[in-house]
Design a protein around this ligand. Structure first.
Ligand code: MN
Length: 246
């Protein structure tokens, strides 16, 4: 991660100088400053980062075997397929951020859409959970209360978005264009950053409701998985994403 970040920075520095020398700076150098996930806490690289906890650390909500298979098989496959699609479609992560790619994903293949989305969503998801109990800040609670009536109403609406997503997909809390908080869901591995998505905005919290995320422990009982999941939400990172989005 550190090496990758440094190499990206060095690349930009080096290429920046070369680009300026060639008078190509603005054409060659991407503007990462325009990206939503611009700070180091939320910036998402094209490859998997280590889980910020152990497989069994979220047992209160998700069993260790599910976490292991989910991270090391399912999510790893999205990352690998994203790398393959990027190679095939001339996407260079030193020149475009994952978020910028998602914003114009309609210009790429279905493989890119599914795997850029799959990789992004899972990287966001792992960071959205923690074995350490966190509480929503007053600022976040106030924002949620303002837009959903109460914190309980927000949880109910979000839970319903996950419960009612037919087939595989994700439930989201996001900031819409008018800066209001919105709840919604997307099918498959789509997400609200994609130009092809009906639901659009900056995601603060995403919940994987694919069966692979919960089936070993919960089988057909998706609502039980969602109810338990609230116990491991990392509200601190939701707050950081809110800060970045506003
Ligand atoms: Mn998943």
């Amino acid at each position: 991660m550190t090496d990758k970040k440094n190499s990206r920075r060095d690349f930009i520095k080096t290429t920046g100088k070369a680009g300026i020398a060639l008078g190509l700076a603005s054409a060659v150098i991407p503007s990462f400053a325009n990206d939503f996930f611009k700070d180091s806490t939320t910036s998402i690289p094209f490859s998997q980062r280590p889980l910020p906890y152990g497989y069994k650390d979220l047992e209160v909500a998700i069993d260790a075997l599910t976490m292991e298979i989910h991270y090391s098989k399912h999510a790893a496959t999205y990352a690998k397929n994203l790398a393959d699609a990027s190679a095939a479609e001339n996407v260079d992560e030193r020149l475009i951020s994952l978020e910028s790619l998602l914003a114009k994903v309609s210009k790429y293949s279905t493989k890119m859409r599914n795997n850029a989305g799959g990789h992004f969503n899972h990287e966001l998801f792992w960071q959205s959970m923690t074995p350490v109990s966190t509480r929503p800040s007053d600022q976040l609670t106030n924002a949620i209360t303002k837009d959903f009536g109460s914190f309980d109403a927000f949880k109910t609406q979000f839970t319903d978005a996950g419960k009612n997503r037919f087939g595989s997909g994700w439930a989201w809390l996001l900031v819409g264009a008018d800066k209001k908080l919105i709840i919604g869901s997307t099918p498959n591995q789509d997400n609200p950053l994609m130009d092809v998505s009906e639901l659009k905005g900056k995601p603060l919290l995403g919940l994987d409701v694919w069966e692979h995320a919960y089936y070993l422990r919960y089988q057909n009982k998706r609502p039980d998985y969602i109810n338990a999941w609230w116990n491991v939400v990392n509200w601190d990172i939701v707050q950081k994403r809110l800060d970045a989005a506003m």
